[in-house]
Design a protein around this ligand. Structure first.
Ligand code: TRP
Length: 331
């Protein structure tokens, strides 16, 4: 069975765009692949998070993913910082990563420009740590967004360089996991602009109370309705339909498409109430599970412990092989 691996940054709460754009796919992958999902808490250190909130963020994100359906019985779910083998392999791989290529990384240049007072070595070697995450389990596939493609390409470079240097074919070349067209659901924001995103402030969060969801949907930008039959929808209306297609039944979508196409859509109150109701149908059970899991510290502790045991089994085997290949011998 092929191996899929994904790292999750512990930053803030998940929104509907994360859920439809990535998490649903993770849930499905669990049936077909040997999956590793982990919280990349070491990666989050480049920005010096507050020690008082680091743990809350990590356990919050973990609870949210578990509530959505990441299943510790099907996948290996762990916290990066509980796998010391990752730190050691990172050290070894750092010896084969060159300053020139690290300095040229787009994400590094961007972060360095945004935060000139905090260009730390961890930021520079971020791609090496990410490569370590992937190579330590010799993953076949990594589901990545556009912003991570270069890091994956660097992973392949590091892997190939290592294999070449030591005359082995140890590391596989990890590939980007490409989703089928019908699996890729993009959820736009509620403000008539583009994608739903935390920094855009146009999100419905999985943790939003029903009242909050209603308020956000009611406040979404709309127009005065179509000016005739079969007109093209402006972006703000197309966006509402995109969300409707994700959360509502085909009958509901057809009903509102019909209203629009006949030029009869005037007042968006009914569409918005329906949309809010159907979003809540998706988010409410998840929100309740998140809260249950967050409070069940015993379950969380057991989950990360069992995840670490499974992850370390695979990681320590890789590390043993790499040490041997590089010439470390037991006395
Ligand atoms: N860098 C990724 C991000 O910013 C998170 C990440 C860390 C990751 N290690 C990984 C993703 C390994 C995939 C594989 O989103």
């Amino acid at each position: 069975m092929k191996t899929v691996l994904s790292g999750i940054r512990p930053t803030g709460s998940l929104h509907l765009g994360n859920y439809y754009g990535a998490i649903i796919n993770f849930i499905n992958m669990q049936e077909k692949y040997n999956c590793y999902f982990f919280i990349a808490d070491w990666h989050s250190l480049t920005t010096h998070p507050d020690p008082k909130t680091l743990h809350v963020n990590v356990s919050g994100v973990l609870s949210e993913y578990l509530a959505c359906g990441l299943d510790p019985k099907k996948s290996t779910i762990y916290i990066q910082s509980s796998i010391p083998e990752i730190a050691e392999l990172y050290l070894l791989l750092n010896m084969h990563a060159y300053l020139g290529e690290l300095e040229k990384t787009v994400s590094f240049k961007e972060k360095a420009r945004q935060n000139p007072q905090n260009i730390n070595a961890g930021l520079l070697t971020y791609p090496v740590l990410m490569a370590t995450d992937i190579l330590i389990h010799n993953a076949d596939f990594v589901p990545v967004g556009k912003d991570q493609e270069q890091h994956l390409e660097m992973t392949r470079n590091f892997a190939a360089r290592f294999n070449h240097k030591y005359g082995v074919e140890y590391f596989k070349m990890p590939a980007a996991y490409i989703h089928g067209e019908d699996e890729l659901i993009k959820i736009p924001g509620l403000d008539g602009s583009g994608k739903m995103g935390k920094s855009e402030g146009n999100c419905v969060y999985l943790l939003d109370e029903p009242k909050t969801v209603e308020k956000k949907v009611k406040g979404a930008l709309t127009d005065n309705g179509p000016e005739g039959e079969n007109t093209q929808k402006p972006d703000c209306i197309e966006n509402l339909f995109s969300i409707l297609r994700a959360v509502s039944t085909p009958e509901v979508v057809k009903h509102y498409e019909g209203l629009w196409d006949r030029g009869e859509q005037r007042w968006y109150g009914s569409l918005k109430s329906q949309l809010a109701e159907d979003i809540i149908k998706v988010t409410n059970p998840i929100r309740e599970r998140i809260n249950d899991i967050r409070n069940d510290t015993k379950y969380l502790a057991r989950t990360v412990e069992e995840g670490a045991v499974k992850a370390r089994e695979s990681a320590s085997k890789t590390l043993r092989d790499i040490r041997e290949i590089m010439g470390f011998k037991p006395f």
